[in-house]
Design a protein around this ligand. Structure first.
Ligand SMILES: [Zn+2]
Length: 379
């Protein structure tokens, strides 16, 4: 078997437990079913979780990630408390369960505990959401302190910080979380511009878009990642470029949920770094995510000169997205994976074209079977 080594992909945005919505979330019958109906199904799945079940589902999906060519996952974690909202005896029990699952399968993880406080402006939490929520930013950040203390010295576990969305936290929380992440040198993530309704709600509450609000509250910057960033104006893209903010696209999930079309070429033209995430984990295949990014851009512009044609070197779009992903997660070490050049998908391809092929005609099954995690690959 001829093996070609490339960087392992960084998966910058995952909600491990949503893996168990596969199939079941597709039982739609109402023509009005949309993202918000899917969210109700997701809240039902949340109801059934405890630390042990969280660990089981995370172990399943992280084993898939590792075999598919991901080397590190950013887990955007918001199921913090018991179903009625009371904290567990160990306040980080759910996050620790997720981290231990990653350690067991040899996948590096960056935990991104996410702040959540409300159902929206003036909207109370509904059933399912209580366990996401904290009363104050201080209470939330005290738990992040505890998680960082736990993770210190753990094998292959890093910690960043997140706000769920501008819908789920008041604006003063954004400034507090940004200040905390700057003070401790942590990456910070937030969902934004995924659904038009979210933009309408933000305008009604703040008189501006989520990205404008994040800019005003000091949340943007080179250690910040905006997750989704679909419904954006040229001025908002300029703001992200100017502040060196990264954007995470989650193509298979955004397709599954009917979120809209990610403006990949506009980001590339503006010099905004784009990373990828598996998000709801409906699919765990980084090759499919990269190919969707590329081919969606081709469709949108009716061109074959999209992202790949502009990627540096030998068309290394894979390597570029992997590097952006490591920057998004604050991970310096580059793990590698082996690609089986004799796999039927790749056999006969000119060595000079292998990197172009990875972005256009490969899938997770070209990843050579994994040896047990090597010590040097575990950070
Ligand atoms: Zn998400």
């Amino acid at each position: 078997m001829r093996i070609h080594r490339v960087p392992a992909m960084a998966n910058v945005h995952s909600h491990a437990f949503q893996r168990d919505l596969r199939g079941v979330a597709e039982r739609t019958s109402d023509p009005g079913d949309d993202f918000w109906a899917w969210r109700d199904a997701m809240f039902s799945a949340v109801d059934r979780l405890d630390p042990e079940r969280m660990k089981q589902v995370a172990r399943r999906v992280y084993a898939e990630m590792r075999a598919a060519g991901y080397g590190v996952v950013g887990e955007f974690h918001y199921v913090h408390h018991r179903p009625d909202g009371r904290p567990y005896g160990e306040p980080n029990a759910m996050a620790i369960a997720v981290a231990e699952a990653a350690q067991e399968v040899g996948l590096q993880i960056v935990l991104l505990p996410a702040a959540y406080h409300r159902g929206g402006a003036g909207i109370a939490l509904v059933r399912g959401q209580q366990r996401f929520a904290d009363p104050t930013p201080e209470a939330f950040l005290a738990r992040v302190d505890g998680l960082r203390a736990w993770a210190d010295g753990q094998d292959g576990v890093g910690v960043g910080v997140a706000a769920h969305s501008v819908r789920a936290v008041p604006a003063d929380w954004l400034a507090a979380i940004a200040e905390y992440s700057d003070r401790h040198g942590l990456v910070r993530h937030i969902h934004a511009h995924e659904q038009p309704r979210e933009l309408d709600e933000c305008r009604a509450e703040h008189g501006c878009s989520p990205i404008e609000l994040l800019a005003e509250r000091g949340f943007l910057g080179e250690r910040t990642t905006i997750v989704h960033g679909i419904h954006v104006t040229p001025a908002e893209i300029d703001t992200l470029a100017r502040t060196r903010t990264l954007v995470a696209s989650c193509p298979t999930t955004e397709g599954s949920l009917g979120d809209g079309c990610f403006p990949a070429r506009a980001y590339r033209d503006a010099g905004v770094r784009v990373a990828i995430g598996s998000d709801s984990n409906v699919i765990v295949d980084p090759f499919e995510e990269v190919r969707e990014l590329e081919t969606l851009a081709r469709r949108a512009h009716r061109t074959r000169h999209a992202l790949l044609a502009r990627a540096g070197g030998a068309g290394d779009l894979w390597g570029e997205i992997a590097a952006n992903g490591r920057a998004s997660l604050g991970v310096e070490r580059e793990a590698t994976i082996g690609i089986d050049l004799d796999h039927p998908r790749l056999a006969g391809i000119d060595p000079d074209d292998v990197l172009r092929a990875l972005a256009t005609c490969a899938a997770a099954d070209v990843v050579a079977a994994l040896a047990p995690p090597a010590a040097e690959e575990r950070a």
